[in-house]
Design a binder for this molecule. Structure first.
Ligand SMILES: [Zn+2]
Ligand SMILES: [Zn+2]
Length: 581
């Protein structure tokens, strides 16, 4: 035989038969099942586990042979009659002796109270056992809701809309509450249950002091940040164990940083363009890019709301993250960046700023229960000055506006995104950076996709960073091609000299932007810019003067020879620049 051992003194332990107290729950089985099936369980398997447990239900052993704990309120006389006491008042009313010393209803004081047997009138003494702790926990929907003292108050809160705890509670707390509630009120004490898995370390081991792999909550909140921890939990499928640790936290932080930067961008460019949100001005943009992001937002509101109602928080969180990373940051904002430069005159500028403000504020409202600190920070920093509510947390949950939905436009945009994705994969093969403008690209496709091109030509050109989009195949061989589900895309294998100079100018502009940031210049703050280039291309560079002014917020550009300043070399062209306010 192998024996278990005592965890403290390591003595061998054996099973021993003893007399115990039970609640005959096996007789309640059918009633418990009837009420349990009315409860919404998430994950579904937790509901199945509950039904399995109930269909195999044994009687509930409620006694424990310990000293401390909830004393069972059972008194027995020498004739074996059982007296069950229901309250302190009842105890005092039938006590023979011992009530004077009764400090509280625990041992040792409770054991000194002797009562009169209800059947024979003899003295009765309390049994020595204490109760199973789940008796206490199971009565929570009544004890904490003043069931005995204030029935009206209790009725206001009972049953609970939502209870969440670990998966193991199916057979413990969830079950104990169900028994108490079906016996007392004939129904389950909760409408919806979310059961979740365990937290493990990043390697999937349980956290133990002896393994040295424990991360305490305070430490995690301090080092990772509360919203990072919240987002880790929000993205987690609750039926699986959560592998928690700093590596995961740094990945999550990177994605939250995208959101943080995006919200900073909204504030910076609204202010740089002197945009003042006005809720009285209707939101009905003409530009397809703006109409598209508004349509996506409505879908997001619908899906996030539904996911939360189904207790699928991880789905809601995944949708929100996809929206801010893929739809907003990597697509929409990338495409509006140039249009929102303060020096660029663009006919849809106002509606773009209006759309951007609306979309990001709605996003903050959707995110506020998940990321209360990050959302409130940005709300206080920027949005609050234009809104009536003191805090993002005082806002209502957003409702979708069906008029702003356009599934057809979303389909076209999906095609446009695929074209741009293909273009980028071709660029990688040709060694041409996304920043370098392509003179002409060719696209060969079917009729359906041509509709997309008519509607979204500007978006495709900007997304591909190309000057011209021609339908059909190129005549000469200087092109790379890729076939994909919507057609075949062709881009030039290499840049012409003229295109190289333009690409070099783009690199120069980017380098100037980095330098502006390094010197803490504000967006829109004007500078005087000196540029020196090889003499042979000075004339060509002049062609991009207007571009450079807008890209770098320069009001004067001087071309000439510089000995100092920052050196930039791009596409084999050596340049220098410096600027001053
Ligand atoms: Zn022991
Ligand atoms: Zn008796």
């Amino acid at each position: 035989h192998r024996y278990p051992c005592c965890w403290r003194c390591h003595h061998e332990l054996i099973y021993r038969v003893s007399r115990e107290w039970f609640i005959r729950t096996s007789k309640l089985k059918d009633r418990l099942i009837e009420e349990a099936v009315k409860v919404f369980f998430r994950p579904e398997s937790a509901g199945k586990a509950m039904l399995n447990w109930l269909s195999e239900l044994k009687d509930w052993c409620i006694s424990r042979k310990r000293y401390f704990g909830l004393p069972l309120p059972f008194w027995i006389c020498r004739n074996g009659h059982l007296t069950v006491v229901g309250s302190r008042e009842e105890l005092v009313s039938i006590a023979v002796t011992g009530t004077g010393q009764l400090v509280e209803l625990h041992r040792p004081w409770i054991d000194r109270v002797v009562v009169r047997c209800r059947v024979c009138g003899e003295n009765a003494y309390r049994v020595k056992e204490v109760g199973d702790c789940w008796l206490d926990a199971g009565i929570v929907p009544f004890s904490t809701l003043k069931y005995l003292k204030d029935r009206e108050y209790w009725a206001k809160w009972f049953p609970a809309d939502f209870v969440t705890e670990m998966w193991e509670q199916v057979r413990l707390w969830f079950y104990a509450m169900l028994v108490m509630s079906v016996v007392l009120e004939g129904r389950a004490p909760y409408r919806r249950i979310l059961a979740h898995g365990m937290v493990l370390d990043e390697k999937g081991r349980e956290m133990h002091k002896s393994l040295g792999n424990v991360i305490w909550a305070d430490e995690a909140l301090e080092k990772m940040g509360a919203d990072v921890v919240r987002w880790i939990y929000s993205r987690q499928n609750p039926s699986l164990p959560l592998k928690f640790g700093y590596e995961k936290a740094s990945k999550v932080r990177a994605r939250l940083n995208i959101l943080h930067n995006l919200l900073n961008y909204v504030a910076t460019y609204s202010e740089a363009n002197n945009y003042k949100p006005d809720s009285k001005k209707p939101l009905s943009p003409e530009d397809p890019l703006n109409r598209w992001i508004l349509s996506k937002l409505q879908g997001l509101i619908v899906e996030v709301t539904r996911s939360l109602e189904e207790l699928r928080h991880e789905k809601a969180a995944a949708l929100l993250e996809e929206f801010w990373v893929e739809d907003l940051s990597k697509w929409y904002i990338k495409l509006i960046r140039w249009r929102l430069k303060p020096a660029v005159a663009y006919k849809y500028k106002y509606e773009t700023l209006q759309t951007l403000y609306h979309v990001t504020l709605q996003l903050l409202r959707l995110l506020s229960p998940f990321l209360p600190f990050l959302t409130e920070y940005h709300y206080q920093q920027f949005f609050k000055q234009y809104e009536n509510s003191e805090s993002i947390h005082f806002h209502r949950w957003p409702a979708p506006n069906q008029k702003l939905r356009s599934p057809e436009l979303e389909e076209h945009m999906e095609i446009a995104r695929n074209i741009v994705k293909t273009c980028n994969s071709l660029r990688a093969k040709a060694g041409l950076k996304a920043r370098w403008p392509l003179p002409t690209i060719y696209f060969n496709s079917n009729q359906r996709v041509r509709q997309t091109i008519t509607l979204l030509k500007q978006v495709i050109l900007e997304g591909c960073n190309a000057k011209k989009l021609s339908i059909g195949e190129p005549l000469n061989k200087g092109f790379l091609k890729e076939e994909f589900e919507h057609g075949t895309l062709y881009i030039p294998r290499r840049l012409t000299n003229e295109a190289k100079i333009e690409a070099a100018v783009r690199e120069l502009a980017r380098r100037i932007q980095v330098e502006r940031k390094r010197k803490n210049l504000k967006v829109g703050e004007k500078v005087k810019l000196w540029i020196s280039t090889p003499n042979t291309i000075e004339k060509d560079i002049r062609k991009f003067e207007e571009y450079l002014k807008a890209a770098t917020d320069a009001d004067i550009i001087k071309l000439g020879t510089l000995d100092d300043g920052v050196e930039v070399e791009a596409l084999g062209i050596k340049m220098r620049f410096k600027f001053e306010k």
